[in-house]
Design a protein around this ligand. Sequence first.
Ligand SMILES: NC(=O)c1ccc[n+]([C@@H]2O[C@H](COP(=O)([O-])OP(=O)(O)OC[C@H]3O[C@@H](n4cnc5c(N)ncnc54)[C@H](OP(=O)(O)O)[C@@H]3O)[C@@H](O)[C@H]2O)c1
Length: 307
Amino acid sequence: MSNERVRKLSEDVKLPYLGFGTYLISDGEAAAVVHEAIRAGYRHIDTAEFYQNETGVGEGIRRALQDGGLSRRDLFVTTKLWPGNAAWGQTPKTTETTISSLEESLDRLGLDDVDLYLIHAPFDREQRLAQWRGLVALKEQRKARAIGVSNFNIEHLKELEDAGLPLPQVNQIELHPWSQKPALVRFLEERGIAIIAYSSLVPLSTWRSAPGHDSAKTDAMKADGEREDSPFKAMAKKYGVSEAQVLLRWGVQKGYAVLPKSTNPARMRQNADIFSFEIDAQDMAAIAKMDRGDGVAWSIGDPTKAS
Ligand SMILES: NC(=O)c1ccc[n+]([C@@H]2O[C@H](COP(=O)([O-])OP(=O)(O)OC[C@H]3O[C@@H](n4cnc5c(N)ncnc54)[C@H](OP(=O)(O)O)[C@@H]3O)[C@@H](O)[C@H]2O)c1
């Protein structure tokens, strides 16, 4: 891939490859953190109804716009529909409640529209198509400038295709050297569906190490992240960057947008510096062999495995 900073989703909607993740950032801290991220150069902010921080994220965006120099259209804001999961005792959303969910998210964000609206996960077989129809309607109403899905596998995407519905413009999935999902990536690339990678930093020992930041990462994986002979440590040394930068650069070099999350301003700035070096072909080939299969970001395991 070239060093393009954005990927066109349509004539007037451009997805920045560098995004900022906000999962596990509380509503109370989100305003200051998001304001700082925009000051550090991030133009793509990723939140979700489920993260319960849309009010703070919206406030951070407003503060950044008040600083001057940026307009709303300079920023790319994503939020996600929480689709409801009957298995967790929740009521799955219908087309109507999908539409009202985005309206409620926009109220919390204090925005007229989002640049991207995603179905967070493919939980409910009965309501998946109804929810997707809701997103299609929201795009027609221009409340969502682009629409997509998250954690959908090939079967879920084929379901939309077979129903004759417009295909998602984006699929946001867990992707890093330990979870490369080659068949799904090929399927998305063949259809021109843009890929946003989340949890790029899973192999690091510092990834979600704070108390209460749960995942399905095993103790053995955690130990691997701490090993002195970690291949990412050697690559970081070779390129004169951090391991986090190597992992993020791998994502953009594969053609994926990335969403590093950090509440630490120094790491935030470091994670944004991924266009000043290139991983060579030999190291890309070595990383291609590190795939271990499913993702670990969800404590329930990889939701792309859901049927
Ligand atoms: N669609 C989905 O289902 C889904 C699922 C998961 C995530 N996401 C999105 O993707 C975003 C990113 O994923 P993520 O939050 O799971 O993880 P991530 O961005 O891969 O990693 C974040 C973790 O790594 C640490 N970290 C960040 N930069 C670092 C650096 N330079 N050096 C060392 N450690 C560093 C952070 O700690 P500090 O904050 O202390 O720096 C935090 O513990 C989320 O915030 C969310 O927006 C989406």
